[in-house]
Design a protein. Structure first.
Length: 132
């Protein structure tokens, strides 16, 4: 699933008419698991001058990049943030974390060659979907 689709689903699930802050939190949460990817690609492209083939054949699969993706695609970490937000009664943070979890709920069954270890730090297991 691509990032714009994640934003659409996050907005559909969490946004409410007239609630600007909540809606921004939903969109930010829908983007959050992919945000580092965009930053890394932007840096590699515009600062380091690397070509798309270099980025996606070398950088994307590097230990550094994959280590970052483990963190921002971790269901346990996002779940802990959601639980903390609910306990602390921080509704905007809960919307943000919930939207990120929704993003990961769609990624898990729909990614194959670019699948992530969604259960890090509990496990490095990666589900490679046959639906991708």
């Amino acid at each position: 699933m691509n990032t714009p689709a994640h934003l659409i689903f996050a907005a559909a699930a969490f946004a409410r008419p007239g609630q600007r802050k909540r809606n921004l939190a939903a969109l930010a949460g829908g983007l959050a698991p992919d945000f580092a990817l965009f930053l890394l690609i932007g840096w590699a492209s515009f600062v380091e001058g690397r070509s798309p083939p270099q980025i996606f054949r070398e950088d994307y699969v590097s230990a550094l990049w994959q280590g970052i993706f483990r963190v921002d695609n971790s269901i346990p970490l996002w779940g802990a943030l959601l639980a903390g937000a609910l306990v602390a009664r921080r509704p905007l943070l809960a919307v943000f974390a919930g939207a990120a979890l929704l993003h990961l709920a769609f990624d898990l069954p729909l990614h194959n060659s670019d699948a992530r270890p969604h259960f890090w730090p509990l496990s490095d297991w990666v589900f490679r979907s046959p639906l991708s």
